[in-house]
Design a protein around this ligand. Structure first.
Ligand code: G1P
Ligand code: ZN
Length: 541
């Protein structure tokens, strides 16, 4: 085995987005593409020589090939040891858990999250630092800068490592440990939640339908939910990870999981249903006849923290991404704890968690988590709900009704305009930006604009500033519309429009109807059909 120095040339646009570098599989299959990015990581970060890295992915197409490449490059760059999940499998939350538990230098997670898989789907790579969370922007910016100047990479000429067998081997001087990707994570879940109470719940006949969407959570949910918690076998459906996720879009929202929603609206509905995404960090909670919005879920978990052993000592504070509804803010105010508003993307929660300022955090995009790791965590959120229902004996719908009765309800929806021409999307945002000063006072139907701005965030811990994080329009009745462009898409641009309206009295409106006047105002303010060329949103969640 010998180290080879391979000549290469930069690719355009290896700029990590909201969560790492995400591109179509064909892009990653170009020779030197992955290698350039991985070498850019090694060239940028300091001090990994002789240390341990964690490596694994969500099992999507190209996962296995990429892992073998990264192993050889890690060996050639002087990494001491790589811990790889068996069969290359490692959910994003488990990756964070393992980095933290074993105090490793960091980790590399291979996933394009909820984007479709297979040869025609997407692939992605993300570098996580020693706190278990995504590298902060200054690191990802430096990696990107390096990728624009790269001229060679280091590669170890070595045989393929068998990832199916637990145990250790060597590549040159580097140890490769193939480990059980579920064990540490399952232990952590057992330490946080009341597993006895949840087991009792299942013994009493509570029925759950857990849709793993043929993605990474199948093995985790089988072992934890059907194994440790003794839910009936068959509770977890679509449990085998497949390279193309069975052709489905492994994004747990009411659009992509429409069969699950229909099931929960039908005669055979179980007591609760849940789904997780490609890499296991997103979750969706569904009750009989009700899909819980992620913004509400974060609020409910915060309000009920004392029912869960891991959080019995109280909640320090909470954070939500800016476009997420303000439901959790009301709970925080009631509890007398601080709440923070961060830009979209999990990396912005890292400092707040490390600094002990927050216990829970979440995003409207079906992501929720806590201080236990530095990623969002799908199974964690589902177990939290199970713990909660086990302790209260209530239903999902009943829990929501009581929550709204106590705190009022934030009607919320996100409208996506996908795969639009990038220049048109930018033109729409520029147009809005140019009108920010003139919007206040303008009237749109029954709504009057109170304020309009472009969200910028100053991290309270390290003082770093992130600008251009979405355009916000506030109305005098307290409602809000947010416009921003996605940072995770791989084709063209995606415009996201977020609607939030608070109502303390009317708790049972249909959300799209409750938001109809705001939706109309968004079209009027931003001329969405004219700019995007689309008559309406392509996805409504
Ligand atoms: C989307 C979500 C965002 C989430 C990210 C990664 O990013 O909106 O909340 O953190 O995926 O899962 P976006 O495409 O909007 O940039
Ligand atoms: Zn994900």
């Amino acid at each position: 085995m010998s180290v080879q120095i391979v000549e290469t040339a930069p690719f355009d646009g290896q700029k990590p987005g909201t969560s790492g570098l995400r591109k179509q599989v064909a892009v990653f299959q170009q020779s030197h593409y992955l290698e350039n990015f991985v070498q850019s990581i090694f060239d940028t970060v300091d001090g990994f020589q002789g240390k341990t890295l964690v490596l694994g992915g969500d099992g999507r197409f190209h996962n296995d090939v990429a892992i073998q490449t990264i192993l050889r490059m890690a060996a050639a760059n002087g990494v001491g040891k790589v811990m790889v999940g068996q069969d290359g499998i490692l959910s994003t939350p488990a990756c964070s858990c393992v980095i933290r538990k074993h105090h490793t230098f960091g980790g590399i997670a291979l996933s394009a999250s909820h984007n479709p898989g297979g040869p025609d789907g997407d692939f992605g790579i993300k570098f996580n630092i020693g706190n278990g969370g995504p590298a902060p922007e200054k690191v990802t910016d430096a990696i990107y800068a390096r990728s624009l100047a790269i001229s060679r990479y280091r590669f170890m000429d070595a045989p393929v490592v068998d990832l199916s067998v637990l145990g250790t081997t060597q590549i040159g001087g580097m140890v490769v440990e193939v480990f059980d990707p579920v064990a540490d994570y399952a232990d952590q879940m057992a330490s946080l939640f009341d597993f006895d109470a949840i087991r009792d719940l299942f013994h009493r006949g509570f029925r759950l339908r857990f849709d793993a969407m043929h993605a990474v959570c199948g093995p985790y949910a089988r072992r934890i939910v059907e194994g440790m918690l003794e839910a009936p076998v068959g509770t977890v459906i679509h449990a085998d990870p497949l390279p193309d996720f069975g052709g489905h879009h492994p994004d747990p929202n009411p659009v992509n999981a429409k069969d699950l929603i229909a099931f929960m609206n039908g005669p055979d509905a179980t007591d609760m249903a849940a789904a997780t995404d490609g890499d296991g960090d997103r979750n969706m909670i569904v009750g009989q006849g009700i899909a819980v919005t992620p913004s509400d879920s974060l609020a409910v978990l915060t309000a009920n923290a004392s029912l869960v052993p891991g959080y019995r000592d109280g909640v320090a504070g909470v954070a939500r991404s800016m476009p997420t509804s303000a439901a959790v803010d009301r709970v925080a105010d009631a509890l007398g704890i601080p709440h923070y508003e961060t830009p979209t993307g999990w990396k912005f929660f890292g400092n707040l968690l490390d600094d002990g300022r927050i216990t829970f955090c979440g995003e409207e995009s079906y992501g929720t988590s806590s201080r236990h790791i530095r990623e969002k965590d799908g199974i964690w959120a589902i177990l939290f709900w199970l713990n909660l229902l086990a302790r209260t004996g209530d239903s999902v719908a009943g829990t929501m009704q009581k929550h709204w009765a106590r705190f009022g309800r934030n009607y919320y929806s996100r409208h996506d305009y996908e795969s639009i021409d990038s220049s048109r999307a930018n033109a729409l945002m520029d147009h809005l930006r140019s009108r920010l000063d003139s919007l206040p006072g303008q009237v749109f139907g029954a709504l009057t604009v109170a304020e309009a701005d472009e969200f910028a965030y100053t991290d309270p811990v390290d003082g770093s500033v992130s600008e251009h994080q979405g355009i916000r329009i506030f109305f005098t009745d307290g409602s809000r519309i947010v416009f921003r462009l996605s940072g995770t898409g791989t084709v063209g641009a995606t415009l996201r429009v977020y609607f939030d309206r608070y109502d303390a009295e009317r708790l049972d409106l249909e959300p799209q109807a409750a938001l109809a006047h705001l939706i109309k105002a968004a079209d009027d303010i931003a001329a969405i059909p004219a700019f995007t060329g689309l008559p309406g949103p392509t996805v409504v969640t």
